[in-house]
Design a protein around this ligand. Sequence first.
Ligand code: NAP
Ligand code: HSE
Length: 430
Amino acid sequence: MDRVIRIGLLGCGTVGAGVVTILDRGADDVTARTGARLQITRVAVRDATKVRDLPLPQEIYTEDAMAVVEADDVDLIIEVMGGRDLAATLMRRALELGKPVVTANKELIAHEGPELAELARTAGVDLAFEAAVAGAIPIIKPLKESLAGDRITRVVGILNGTTNYILTRMTEEGAAYTDVLAEAQALGYAEADPTADVGGHDAAAKAAIIASLAFDTTVHAADVFREGIESVSATDIEVADRLGYVIKLLGIASEVDDRVAVRVHPTFLPKEHPLAGVRESFNAIYVEAEAAGELMFYGRGAGSLPTGSAVVGDVIDVARNLMQTARGPIASDHRAKPLRPIEDLQTQYYVLLAVADEPGVLAEVARTFGDHDVSIAQVWQEGSGDTAQLVLITHRSREGDLRACVESLEASSCVRKVTSVLRVESEVWS
Ligand code: NAP
Ligand code: HSE
């Protein structure tokens, strides 16, 4: 008779329902693959009276999540509740009790992952979080295991589906940010409070997790330089298009001069780059490694079944380990790299200025760039009359110098407004 591995499910919303469905549909395969029957014995939800259209008996739902963690008839915990404090308390307790945990909670892993991993290490059990980054896309395992023999030099990702959807619509329809955001909310792509997505917080959490694994170090979400897409305008998108770029919200993690740099911001990306063709709400992660070269992982970064697929993949790994009284590989942080401040970034910039259309203005703007050691690669003016638009692309410059230059431009009497400043990543793939 097959051994039974009993699962406590914390949360049964979008992802939880996907997990229940996949485990139910694939029960025979799961048993064949693990040598055990996986049975959900308890489910914690906010409202245990709500009738859910899932193949689970109503009496296993409870509102007492800690009771699920501590139950004798639970061997493995799946945390798909979300949030920080309660989820952290529950996961800590599970690990202390020697129960492995599978989670999709990027926010928690990005803030407390190393501490939770240490608890798992001490307890000798697994803590798995494939679903926390880019939903269905296998990226945690490739970084932690498949590429363990290589040296990763850079990871560039489209890590948030909501913002990629918004930027795709703006690019393809010439629409304004606020209109597309409203449309995305109506379609259910964007949350009623879209801050975590459009402000880049969600992508920053995922970038922190990726950077920690890629560079064998510890990067917390708060260490990631972050800018959202709120101020990307239809004009920025149109200028990018004319110059041969698309604008994408990228998470970029790299190792430079023995320091790790992790940033999330809207970026001019050449149209030829493989990530430029990633449209709609899809996610993709582009990995550069010394021996393997360039790799790209592409797929759905969210959704009930796609995210459920990643959770169940982890559950099967963990169940296999439980069957052998073993534990899977643990991420290493042995290189403990210092972080490089954003001011030391070297990249190209796109700057859009509203200027007075008068003699000497271009010369003064050019002088301000030169005074701050920022070299101009391209410049042109659009419109005339009272106020003209000046579009500038710089050569590779230091972020600290560019920022000082922007401050001077803002103080200059001939510059009416510094309308946009965006980074141009023409070298991320060269
Ligand atoms: P969700 O739809 O809001 O579901 C949350 C579930 O947790 C609900 O079943 C809710 O109960 C339950 N819950 C919340 N607070 C609780 C509490 N205090 N005690 C007991 N149960 C509680 O969230 P989700 O979209 O599935 O996301 C879950 C996690 O997966 C989050 O960490 C999220 O970041 C991550 N994730 C989500 C996606 C995605 O596509 N949605 C993708 C990748 C990662 P009720 O049902 O009674 O309200
Ligand atoms: N809100 C996220 C996104 C999905 O838009 O990609 C969960 O990570």
